[in-house]
Design a protein around this ligand. Structure first.
Ligand SMILES: Nc1ncnc2c1ncn2[C@@H]1O[C@H](COP(=O)(O)OP(=O)(O)OP(=O)(O)O)[C@@H](O)[C@H]1O
Length: 321
């Protein structure tokens, strides 16, 4: 079993801990005041609208970008340190490969650079795509290059595997196959996976944890089942005016009115009174509501809070709802 699993009754170790993390570019803040922990061993979907700061967050966790404020730790180590580098694989959207290297040379480089390299796992992924080991990576199709980049990321046997929109150029069959490999890998080795994607149904199949960023901040963090059961979809007929008080007393994530028909996603504080139909949302419904409402009140589950959230009172206040 890889590092990062729990120790007896103690809570599982953190794969990532961010404290007051922020990053500013010349045009402004990409991400602000993010405090959370991602427990080790989870398969976590990182979701948010375009430009929300997902790549920026992963870049800081991978040690490619410096935070402007706060800090981020990976398995307790500073990103970019040799200790963290050996335990983290980051498959970026660009999937950079040396175009003049053959696939075999690319894997050999992976072997030489990584102490825990698993040549067989890497070769199996390449072979499953029928990619010749002697082909130069520059001559491969976009999807084939993605497969080789996957092989490099997996071959490293990381404790934390970060994938930035990994499936966008893969055909549906390859997506399914590589998702299967990802799940098997994570289950067998206890790998923590952080994967950004806009494909909500795909995330629903593999993720047991979620981080949602929007409008530069963290909106949701926690175990999927816990987040789903904390929300209720409410539908029914209103009076055509403002949200009825029996709904407004709950934390309203999103409400939509068509004529007199109201549908809302709420975090209920007790039973929803009145003649409303209620149901637990599925992951896609939950995520779409947060994506449509970037300023929705955040919910950071206890599991995702840092041990010392008192160090960030603003964070505590915002997450109390
Ligand atoms: N190198 C950079 N210089 C200036 N601004 C940047 C830079 N990189 C990112 N940004 C800005 O920071 C914000 C967050 O970008 P980021 O790439 O992290 O978003 P994202 O959530 O990954 O988006 P997408 O879903 O479109 O990939 C955006 O407004 C983007 O324009």
């Amino acid at each position: 079993m890889s590092d990062g699993t729990g120790h007896g009754a103690r809570p599982p170790a953190s794969a990532i801990e961010a404290r007051g993390l922020g990053r500013k570019y010349r045009r402004g803040w990409a991400l602000r005041d993010c405090s959370f922990r991602l427990p080790a061993g989870r398969i976590c979907g990182l979701v948010g609208p375009n430009g929300a700061g997902k790549t920026t967050l992963m870049g800081m966790a991978a040690g490619l970008l410096e935070p402007s404020t706060g800090s981020i730790r990976v398995f307790g180590a500073g990103p970019g340190s040799p200790e963290a580098d050996h335990r983290v694989s980051f498959l970026s959207q660009e999937k950079p490969l040396f175009r003049r290297f053959t696939v075999a040379e690319t894997l050999r480089l992976g072997r030489e650079l990584n102490p825990h390299w698993d040549q067989r796992a890497a070769e199996d992924i390449v072979r499953a795509g029928g990619i010749p080991l002697h082909a130069r990576t520059g001559t491969l199709s976009g999807g084939q290059r993605t497969r080789v980049a996957f092989a490099l990321a997996f071959g490293k046997r990381p404790g934390l595997l970060m994938l930035d929109e990994p499936m966008s150029d893969l055909d549906p069959l390859v997506r399914r196959e590589l998702m299967g490999t990802l799940l098997a890998e994570a289950t067998e080795h206890g790998t923590t996976v952080l994967m950004s994607s806009h494909m909500l149904t795909e995330l629903e199949e593999v993720c047991d944890y979620l981080l949602v960023v929007a409008a530069g901040g963290l909106r949701l963090a926690g175990e999927v089942d816990e987040l789903l059961s904390a929300h209720t979809l409410v539908t029914g007929v209103g009076t055509g005016g403002a949200l009825p008080p029996e709904l407004a007393r709950h934390t309203v994530v999103e409400s939509r009115t068509v004529g007199r028909q109201i549908s809302a996603l709420v975090r209920p504080h007790g039973p929803v009174q009145g003649a409303w139909q209620t149901a637990e949302p599925n992951m896609e419904e939950l995520l779409l509501a947060y994506l449509r409402t970037p300023g929705a009140p955040p919910m950071i589950s206890p599991d995702s809070r840092l041990d010392d959230p008192g160090s960030d009172p603003h964070h505590l206040r915002r997450t109390a709802a």
